[in-house]
Write a protein that binds this ligand. Structure first.
Ligand code: AHR
Length: 658
């Protein structure tokens, strides 16, 4: 009987030790942080963001314009997004903007019972907030001698009026008209009904609706809540505008930055690379208005304190569309190289030059101080290095201080990756852009990825990465904690990895092509994912140098399902530890700071921030705060040792002042 009871007790203890309910029975883990000699410098631009107009990230997302296809220039579908009624005709003779030639002619007739007008559906609806103001504008002319009346009315999802305005139009010349609509209710799915109230002929073009409150109050502005969430990350580098959209579905639809600057009405719309992705999500209404163009990207980078890192076409259309990609002949590459040189001029050149002058005319005479430029996105194959070399030769000659980013293809390893890296080394690019979308397991297994990288070659830009959970890809805590574990490896190797940006950044809940993404939104609300908070904790706690953190003299990179890294901020006098426990049980851990640097006096209060939870949990519009960082204050123990009971499945940041 005694033996049986003992066996039951042993089983219970065993179960308790395996279960993650906060009971820790194992011996404490001993970690040591050597604070006596700061290690490698953490590059000040290390943690950043990568923006692409995918998932309605720009048009329908960050760019605050609420009208889809405002200029009637979507290729082959000029009325995409609009439901016309009565007598509405699309014309292109004598419009006010030569690069967006289409406009609509509205004819009002007494006998038309429907009246004449057109309704815009917005980007899966228009988000309107009660008592907020909206700036409605358009260009118009009329052949009538008497003023014509245009009514713009917001209609909510229950078909009630959500605000309206009437504006009189007169004269045969094109003029801009503008007025304010005040929201009469809050609804994420309104529509905009633009109606001709008079009998006669009136032409309309560039029909636009913006919230009055945009980011920094700019007229051609950004959605302030989304821009704020980006700013809250405190990113230090900002890669844009893609991604595959840089390459385009074909060369004609590649991102051409010159089309994205100057008067917003005359930036020619371009088909979005993601218009046809994926076959099960057919979005034939995905165009780029370029309202959020390179000038706005540079401004945003400046606003949020990040270094701009534009990516430009190397002369290949998207290689992912295997068999359909287009490559410009080498002897026709010069215009592409000119685009790169002119871009540097636009960003940094004197206002007396062509491109610097345009920058000044747009409102920014001071240079944007561009220092990075990526040539090509995820390029590979036998031609890439030859094309890149042609760019580099001219850029190095004219702008020797620009740091050039080359590609290592779309995968984290494999034949192309192995071929590309030596080519990038031979070309002496400054940074190599690596992309990896892989399972959480891959991220955990790759925490040591950079430990043995060549210290003398180009530096790494982890330009696109995200853990993709299986079988369903989502922004679960499982993905976030795997990324947190992997990033300890980046902190340990800051002498190799100079920049890192998660991807993709934004996704509209009703119009996404890609999953997972860092931030989700609908037409009025935002969800920060657990992955967002992981990025934020790294970016806010970057330190100035890394420090060795070891267990029995070895790095902490997955043994016993623990991962750890440490940095010091020599200016703020902080030691910051990151600790990831991926096991389903809590752990007692002693972290000893030893030896101390000369004059270092460790303060007793330690700020701990942690994220913990079930692996399948995610933040949603309905439950946006399911997994968020929480804070507590701990006390340093004797011998500069911090004793912590690290929660099961948790990411922990400890800030120790000295
Ligand atoms: O981030 C989504 C896509 O993934 C990017 O456009 C491309 O570079 C990569 O394949």
């Amino acid at each position: 009987m005694k033996i049986k009871n003992d066996l039951i007790l042993i089983k219970v203890l065993l179960l308790l030790s395996l279960w993650g309910g906060g009971v820790a029975v194992a011996q404490p883990v001993e970690l040591v942080v050597n604070a006596s000699a700061p290690g490698s410098v953490v590059q000040p631009d290390l943690w950043g963001i990568f923006f692409e107009d995918i998932n309605f990230g720009a048009d329908g997302g960050l760019y605050a314009e609420l009208v889809k296809n405002r200029s009637f220039d979507f290729t082959n579908t000029p009325l995409m997004g609009w439901s016309p009624y009565g007598l509405v005709e699309v014309r292109k003779d004598g419009g006010p903007f030569d690069r967006n030639p289409n406009y609509v002619r509205l004819t009002g007739k007494r006998e038309l019972l429907t009246g004449t007008g057109l309704i815009n559906e917005g980007f899966r609806g228009i988000g309107i907030v009660e008592d907020e103001s909206y700036r409605f504008s358009f260009y118009a002319r009329t052949s009538e001698n008497t003023p014509q009346r245009i009514q713009a009315e917001l209609v909510d999802s229950k078909n009630n009026s959500a605000g309206r305005i009437v504006i009189e139009v007169s004269g045969k010349e094109w003029k801009k008209y503008q007025g304010e609509i005040v929201g009469r209710g809050t609804d994420t799915h309104c529509r905009l009904n633009v109606r001709l109230l008079s009998y006669g002929v009136t032409d309309l073009e560039h029909i636009s609706l913006f919230p009055a409150k945009t980011w920094k109050g700019r007229e051609n502005g950004l959605r302030s809540d989304i821009a704020q969430v980006l700013s809250d990350l405190k990113p230090k580098v900002f890669r844009f505008p893609g991604g595959c959209i840089v390459e385009g579905n074909d060369l004609a639809t590649r991102y051409q930055w010159k089309n994205s600057v100057g008067a917003v009405e005359n930036r020619p719309v371009n088909e979005n690379r993601w218009n046809y992705e994926f076959s099960y999500k057919f979005f034939p209404d995905y165009f780029q208005s370029y309202g959020l163009g390179f000038y706005e990207y540079f401004l945003l980078a400046e606003d949020i304190g990040a270094e701009p890192l534009p990516v430009i076409s190397v002369g290949f259309s998207c290689q992912f569309q295997r068999g359909r990609e287009e490559v410009v002949p080498l002897n026709e590459l010069q215009p592409y190289i000119d685009d790169a040189l002119d871009l540097i001029d636009f960003a940094n050149g004197p206002v007396t030059g062509k491109w610097g002058k345009l920058r000044a005319e747009m409102g920014h005479p001071a240079p944007f101080n561009l220092k990075y430029l990526a040539i090509g996105n995820e390029q590979w194959g036998p031609l890439y290095h030859t094309y890149l070399e042609a760019f580099m030769k001219q850029i190095r000659q004219k702008y020797p201080n620009i740091q050039i980013v080359g590609s290592s293809g779309p995968y984290s390893g494999g034949e192309e990756f192995e071929r590309l890296w030596p080519q990038m080394k031979a070309l002496k690019v400054d940074l190599v852009d690596e992309h990896y979308y892989a399972t959480p397991e891959w991220f955990l297994n790759n925490a040591r990825r950079y430990d043995n990288y060549d210290r003398n070659g180009p530096k790494v830009f982890a330009g696109e990465y995200a853990a993709h959970s299986v079988p369903i890809k989502k922004n679960s805590f499982e993905a976030a904690i795997a990324e947190a574990a992997f990033l300890t490896g980046i902190e340990r190797n800051v002498d190799v990895v100079y920049l890192a940006t998660y991807a993709p950044l934004l996704a509209h809940v009703d119009a996404w092509q890609w999953n997972p993404n860092l931030i989700w939104f609908d037409n009025l609300n935002i969800v920060r994912t657990p992955n967002y908070y992981v990025q934020q904790l790294y970016a806010h706690n970057s330190g100035t140098h890394n420090l060795p953190i070891t267990r029995n003299g070895q790095i902490v990179a997955g043994d016993d399902r623990l991962y750890a890294s440490a940095v010091i901020d020599t200016q703020k006098r902080e030691i910051i530890l990151k600790l990831v426990n991926t096991s389903p049980r809590a752990r007692n851990i002693n972290i000893r700071i030893d030896p101390l640097a000369r004059g270092m006096n460790i303060k007793s209060e330690v700020k701990a921030t942690f994220m913990s939870g079930e692996l399948h949990r995610e933040n949603t519009l309905q439950e946006p705060l399911a997994i968020v960082p929480q804070e507590e204050i701990l006390k340093m123990g004797e011998n500069n040792t911090l004793t912590v009971n690290v929660r099961w499945q948790s990411f922990n940041v400890y800030k120790i002042n000295y």
